[in-house]
Write a protein that binds this ligand. Sequence first.
Ligand code: NAG
Ligand code: NAG
Ligand code: NAG
Ligand code: NAG
Length: 423
Amino acid sequence: MDAAGLPMPCRLILALCCVVAAAVAAGALPPPSNLDYSFIQICTLNWTWNPPENVSSSCDLEYSSDIMIDQVPQEKREWSKSRFRVTNAFLSEEMRFKVRSECKDGNSSEPSQWVETSLLPTGIPGTAAVDLRCAWHNLEYMVCTWRPGEKANSNTSYTLYYWFDGLKNHQKCNNYSVDQGIFRCIFNLSFPKVTNTYPDISILIRTDAEEIRPVCANKNPTTLVKPATPRRVTLSKINDGIYMEWSVSTSTFPEKCLGYEVEYHSGGLDTAQRIEVENNYVTVPSTDPNSKYAFKVRAKPKPECYSSKLYSDWSEEKSIGEKADSTFYFVLIVAVPAIVAVSTIILLVYLKRLKILIFPPIPDPREILKRMFGEQTEDYQSCAKDDSVNANNRLIKEEEIHTLILTETPECTISEKENQTLL
Ligand SMILES: *[C@@H]1O[C@H](CO)[C@@H](O)[C@H](O)[C@H]1NC(C)=O
Ligand SMILES: *[C@@H]1O[C@H](CO)[C@@H](O)[C@H](O)[C@H]1NC(C)=O
Ligand SMILES: *[C@@H]1O[C@H](CO)[C@@H](O)[C@H](O)[C@H]1NC(C)=O
Ligand SMILES: *[C@@H]1O[C@H](CO)[C@@H](O)[C@H](O)[C@H]1NC(C)=O
């Protein structure tokens, strides 16, 4: 049969048939076999397979592989000649791995079909820890926080494990705390200072209970760098401005890897000013000498060194300025003694009035007697008179009683006393 004699559509179909026939005849490239996986670390998987059989010697064999998480392709296609691929594990979601064989050289053969296998999550959905966040404090220790999954009991005791390339075995985090339903664990993490590239940190959060779903996360530590809070903030006045200085634990950070943000506001001015600083000091020029100024500072990693956007906490706020000082001294030197004096006077006056009310002056009975028996003997009269005078003295000027008054008692009383002692 002459193909040239056939109508156009028929010729196309024939051509298509010929291609398919050729492919079948040549034998499509067989796929890899025995696809499997194994954990080589807490959150690291090794996917392995065997080579396809009967591959023609002209084929430069290689494998293309890809990952899907919960049916979503991850765009992480890789080509390689080795018969394994190492990937992160997720554990909290379905993970699907697929691989096929291809001949690298030429377009002579089609790639094989995909072979797939999947790793299904264990435990009940919604029980895995959520909101996992970590910050690498001062390049010294990692602080990770998370919440229990919404289907998990609020007292579920999750355990955090971590591992990174260079650590022989995974480690268990032991320093736990729970605050308002947020779990927190702290573990030491530091590398030799010469290192400027850090391995990813694998973090696994799980429990011993089967029904609690585990979760894995891989963190790049340079994105988590959080410097320590600047300490020992000092302020001083120079010329018309204010000089501010602080210290940071520079021992852990390489030089020129930290920047600072200074915030200050004056007593009257509500809007705070922010300035970016490269060094651990700054001078704010031409400030109002009659205003109080408050300063604070925080550190941030420089983008040249770390891709972290985490600032340190703010330092304590320090103030400087006349207003603050004069107010303080006014309170200390003038107001406090004045208040004390005024209250003392008020108290004394009040006490005096109180005393008069409670102990009214007692009328002297002898005064009354004297008026009744006006014609008494001279001796008695003088004696009684002196006595009554003394009594009155005692009443009016009680505080002034002293030995002098006592010795001035009239002779008659003394003689009486003498008689008594003689008897
Ligand atoms: C993965 O498994 C293969 C086959 O057992 C092994 O040759 C390879 O070294 C493993 N890869 C790693 C990174 O352990
Ligand atoms: C591979 O070739 C051998 C003989 O060359 C044959 O016996 C075997 O069935 C072939 N295997 C496949 C999978 O085609
Ligand atoms: C294979 O096909 C591509 C385009 O599809 C072409 O650029 C390349 O040269 C071809 N290779 C061989 C060896 O024919
Ligand atoms: C646990 O963390 C706290 C807070 O950072 C720290 O003070 C304490 O020393 C740590 N304990 C241990 C055993 O590491």
